[in-house]
Design a protein around this ligand. Sequence first.
Ligand code: PAF
Length: 299
Amino acid sequence: MQILSDIAELRTTLRQLRSGSERATHRSVGFVPTMGALHAGHRSLVQAARQRCDIVVASIFVNPTQFAPHEDFSRYPRTLAEDCQMLEAEGVDVVFTPTAEAMYPPGASTFVEVEGVSDRLDGASRPGHFRGVATVVAKLFHIVQPGLAFFGQKDAAQVAVLRKMVRDLDFPLEIIVCPTVREPDGLAMSSRNRYLSAVERRQALTLSRALHAAEIQVTRGEHRASALLQTVRATLQEEPAIRVDYIAAVDPDTLLPIENVASGALLAVAAYVGTTRLIDNVLLAAATGNTVVPGKKKS
Ligand code: PAF
């Protein structure tokens, strides 16, 4: 596995790997962008890339432009040695670890703004966050030029923003979204989980429990978003240490609120446990088997 921090060197290396000497055909590149502090969720993205692509590239870059001044940029966990060990064990070919100066050279003033969708869910609570995400991911896509790029469903709003960016700007790649990986007790994997004390970690379980309670309600035929949101809210309120940021039932592409989840929906929460902001979500599938075609008997 090669670890490269220079953009030109990465480009040269990828050019050589793509036109690999043993195979005449052009080799596919799968890309997993990360901010490091890797966990089993990232591992699943790398494994998905390894299965589908000839060459796997991961990046590790704690992107300053997606953090507001009061957020956790300076204390965001940086665990490069362990991260590289995991990536090597998973068969990653190249790790890209650029410096902030390489990604944002002095005087850089070009940003990617995915209007509308960037202001919803996490974008509403964290103004400017998705401008930072879209800008750095666009730049990484230009540098790595992957055919497939892998992201986690846990960051559902990020997925919506990046999918739209790829469509709007015709990036020649496909975004693959991998399911949220959870601890055995249901807690969604997150680099920020390591901020939690043992007590807070227990309290944090309320997020997945609340979403699960709503999912069960859906299986029992409840499709009104208001009822599901009330269930999530009531479950979260059972844990006084939790401060809710948002609870939302939205269209997964536009992130606009929906009233009825029968055609599918993203049910998402963000909440603070202590000073740690956590997010989680479930994708509710479209209801099936309950449509009666006029004039036909339901079998
Ligand atoms: O999801 C993340 O870790 C980051 O937002 C990303 C996509 C690597 C951009 O910095």
